[in-house]
Write a protein that binds this ligand. Structure first.
Ligand SMILES: [Zn+2]
Length: 345
């Protein structure tokens, strides 16, 4: 026993020493590893922070780009449909790098399908020049007379001459075919008023039956006015206004196609209501005066149809009242910012 006991002690000591060495080695190993791990983890945290910051910058840039893209249409200064569809002016080209959003390609419509009616009547285009921008001056009244010329037209022209004011005549093509009609059209032009289109036939169920029918009708009137008076009208008014019960399924196409061809249309924001209820001069005048008092820019709807004697009688007093309101009375031209109906659907 003692012999065996004597032999075991060095082995035990050796084992203890070995265990100590192993634990020390382990301690050194794991110590190194853990400090390396801490270092690596620190580096990783730095990298994550860097990436987050890059991500935040990218998100910021994206937001700015989106805001710029959404902001572009408002840069038109509120100019409405006609400019967008008609001129596509230079002010629409955004500044910025080659990747800037909204930069038009050389021919944005190339290869795109378009309605066949765009090919019809290749000479039915207005040579409108929008480069000067819109005139939307305040304190102005644009008197407009629809549906003539008739026997009332020379009476209207005489009053306008006496008062020294110019107006706009939205003429109907069929009334221009007689010698009297031709003479009146020439007189309107010669006396410095604006001649504008109001359709060849004024037949709602015909002109609003399709875009093609509408173009066919207006193209006829366009050519007729040029034949008689040597002027190409650039303005028009939809019979019944731009949106009515007859054209409700195609009015957007009609508007877009006419604007694409360079024509401008005007609805109205003041009406003598002489086509409907107003039968007396006093009623016509008071409609115009009360409505125009509330507006700074007035497009005044009147008619010089055969039976509109009340309108003729109302006219001198109406002009005096508009002048007394501080309004300048002017004819429409293609620089006048249109007053048009709004639509949302
Ligand atoms: Zn009419």
């Amino acid at each position: 026993m003692p012999h065996r006991k004597k032999n075991r002690r060095p082995l035990l000591l050796l084992c203890i020493a070995a265990a100590l060495v192993i634990s020390m080695l382990c301690a050194v190993k794991y110590g190194v590893d853990s400090s390396k791990l801490r270092k690596e983890s620190g580096e990783l945290r730095l990298r994550v922070a860097e990436l987050s910051s890059q991500l935040a910058e990218t998100a910021q840039r994206l937001q700015e780009t989106e805001a710029q893209a959404q902001g572009d249409p408002e840069d038109d200064g509120g100019q409405s449909d006609p400019d967008e569809a008609g001129s596509g002016g230079e002010e629409h080209t955004p500044e910025g790098g080659e990747d800037a959003p909204g930069v038009p390609v050389s021919n944005p419509t190339e290869g795109m399908e378009h309605p066949e009616y765009q090919e019809l009547y290749p000479d039915f285009y207005a040579e409108t020049d929008f480069s000067a921008g819109w005139n939307d001056q305040d304190n102005v009244a644009y008197l407009t007379f629809d549906d003539g010329p008739t026997e009332r037209t020379p009476e209207v022209l005489d009053i306008l001459a006496q008062k020294g004011v110019k107006a706009t005549f939205f003429v109907v093509g069929t009334t221009l075919k007689s010698d009297f009609g031709k003479k009146m059209l020439q007189r309107i032009v010669d006396e410095g008023h604006t001649v504008a289109m109001h359709s060849m036939t004024h037949k709602y169920n015909v002109i609003y039956s399709s875009v093609e029918a509408f173009l066919d009708d207006f193209n006829q009137e366009y050519e007729l006015i040029y034949e008689i008076a040597g002027v190409h009208p650039t303005l028009f008014r939809f019979p019944g206004g731009s949106i009515n019960t007859y054209n409700k399924s195609i009015y957007k196409e009609l508007i877009s196609e006419m604007l694409r061809r360079g024509f401008l249309y005007y609805d109205w924001n003041v009406s003598g209501e002489d086509a409907a209820g107003a039968k007396t001069a006093q009623a016509v005048a008071s409609n115009v005066i009360s409505q125009s008092e509330k507006r700074s820019r007035c497009v005044v709807l009147l008619h010089d149809g055969e039976d509109k004697t009340a309108t003729v009688a109302a006219l001198p007093g109406m002009i005096d009242s508009l002048t007394a309101q501080g309004k300048q009375i002017l004819p429409l031209d293609e620089s006048v910012k249109p007053i048009v109906y709004g639509y949302r659907d």
